[in-house]
Design a protein around this ligand. Structure first.
Ligand SMILES: Cc1cc2nc3c(=O)[nH]c(=O)nc-3n(C[C@H](O)[C@H](O)[C@H](O)COP(=O)(O)O)c2cc1C
Ligand code: SF4
Length: 453
């Protein structure tokens, strides 16, 4: 096994180019390909978007399996898990959808509502054809006859995908026509029940479950929702096989994942890292010391620099601390910023982003955000810290979706990691030297504190 994050050339040449006719069925590659341990695998090695000619030169044509379920065993052997945040085993979801009675719908989830993440946008720009290959293969695996790609409402990105789809149609690559559906720029738009509603022509609002989306999703049909990175990984595993996929990563969590890196010096970008790579290496913590590290985005968790320094990007390391790799966000808070102020901005954003359909979000999150804001602004009363804790316990596991739970996870980690800062703020002081905001909050969401009381 190897680890590391790289953006260099794959060194892998297409061995399959020109050997398969459009829509043809071939046997899967079973052998490890040259360059199996070389990253990046998912992003274009040239740094430029891989157009269809480049995609075919590097990876060859899309290889259908010839029937439903036939790819699922390879996906199980590879140990692929979803890259949309929950790391759910992909083969189990494929099987669950294939087992349903109705004809399934497949949707690639490129909504990326998480403001701190850029990896899905970057992937769709860089390697649209790997994602689109994965979409067709997932549809074949579950026996779907309808496929959609759900993506940012960003005109240039939509045109990029339209052009990719037109090229594929001309080359006869796709068996099913892909419908593009745009997602509103909201945190919750990528939650799978919100996605199912939007793709079915409704609002991108989460709904109460059950039934779950895999049973009753778009227009009532069983629906497979996979993150676009998961689909791109599927496109690779179908060509190069499980052993190739497992050549990087750990035994328990194989493969690579895209990570959005925000270094403490303010720079950053999207990198592809082997699962199990040290977080300190990815965030260059030796060169750019951090006050704290945010792992997994705004539904993720803060770690102290000491914790981050000894952990790797893996759920095996992170879950015991209540954190998770999630969708691969890693942000190093600069030493001159206040973690409490940053956390209050994020919690306020999350409270505003709730769909306001259930009690925890209507009543709980605004109160939590208000009390946390009082703490951050050094205007708290002795009751504020207790209120935050009490309301957090009241909203947990009581929403229709996991938004309150994710918000509470983030908040609790902030109170634990920045506990000294909380005490300082309660005494009317703050250790930060810079008031400059660090974590991104989308335009349109209020950037500064407001009176919530
Ligand atoms: C509040 C919330 C927001 C989510 N946003 C996204 C998103 O933007 N993109 C995404 O792929 N998954 C998102 N998810 C996860 C999806 O519901 C779904 O589990 C995922 O797309 C499945 O794909 P995967 O198994 O390939 O990870 C979100 C989940 C929650 C609870
Ligand atoms: S828990 Fe909150 S975000 Fe989720 S559906 Fe209910 S109101 Fe909307």
């Amino acid at each position: 096994m190897t680890s590391g994050a790289q953006a260099s050339a794959t060194g892998r040449q297409a061995s399959l180019e020109g050997t398969v006719q459009p829509g043809a069925t071939v046997q899967p590659e079973a052998t490890v390909q040259p360059g199996a341990t070389v990253l990046p695998r998912l992003l274009s090695a040239s740094g430029r978007p891989a157009d269809l000619a480049e995609h075919l030169r590097v990876h060859g044509r899309l290889l259908y399996r010839g029937g439903a379920r036939m790819l699922i065993h390879s996906i199980e052997s590879a140990g692929l898990t979803g890259r949309g945040g929950a790391a759910f085993p992909t083969h189990r979801k494929l099987t669950a959808v294939a087992d349903q009675l109705g004809v399934p719908v497949v949707v690639g989830n490129g909504a990326e509502g998480e403001p701190a993440s850029d990896k899905d946008k970057t992937l769709l720009w860089s390697s649209p054809h790997l994602v689109l290959d994965g979409l067709q293969l997932a549809a074949e695996a579950v026996g779907a006859r309808r496929v959609h790609l759900y993506l940012h409402r960003e005109p240039a990105l939509v045109r990029h995908l339209e052009s990719a789809l037109a090229g594929r149609a001309a080359a006869g690559l796709d068996r099913l026509q892909v419908g593009l559906v745009t997602a509103p720029a909201r945190f919750l738009a990528g939650e799978e029940s919100a996605l199912a509603s939007r793709v079915g022509g409704g609002a991108a609002l989460p709904r109460f479950t059950p039934p779950r989306v895999f049973e009753h999703g778009v227009d009532g049909a069983p629906t497979l929702v996979q993150n676009v990175e998961t689909l791109a990984q599927l496109g690779l595993i179908s060509r190069y096989g499980p052993a190739w996929f497992r050549a990087v990563g750990t035994e328990a969590e194989p493969g690579s994942m895209l990570t959005t890196i925000r270094l403490a010096d303010g720079s950053g970008g999207v990198a592809e890292a082997a699962i199990g790579t040290p977080i300190s290496q990815l965030l260059k913590l030796d060169r750019y010391p951090a006050r704290a590290v945010l792992v997994g985005g705004y539904h993720g968790a803060w770690l102290s620099p000491e914790q981050a320094g000894r952990l790797t990007l893996s759920n095996a390391d992170l879950r015991p601390l209540g954190a998770a790799a999630g969708a691969g966000v890693l942000a190093a808070l600069p030493v001159d910023r206040c973690g409490l102020v940053e956390s209050a901005r994020v919690v306020r954003y999350l409270a505003l982003e709730s769909a306001g359909q259930c009690g925890p979000c209507l009543n709980g999150l605004p109160r939590i955000a208000a009390s946390l804001n009082q703490l951050a602004q050094r205007r708290s009363t002795p009751a504020d810290r207790d209120d935050v804790q009490r309301w957090s316990a009241l909203v947990e596991r009581r929403g229709a979706c996991h938004h309150p739970d994710g918000t509470v996870r983030f908040l609790r980690s902030a109170l634990a990691v920045f506990t000294d800062e909380v005490t300082l703020h309660e005494a009317g002081r703050c250790s930060a030297r810079s008031p400059e905001p660090f974590l991104p909050i989308p335009a349109g969401s209020p950037a500064r504190e407001e009176d919530w009381s």
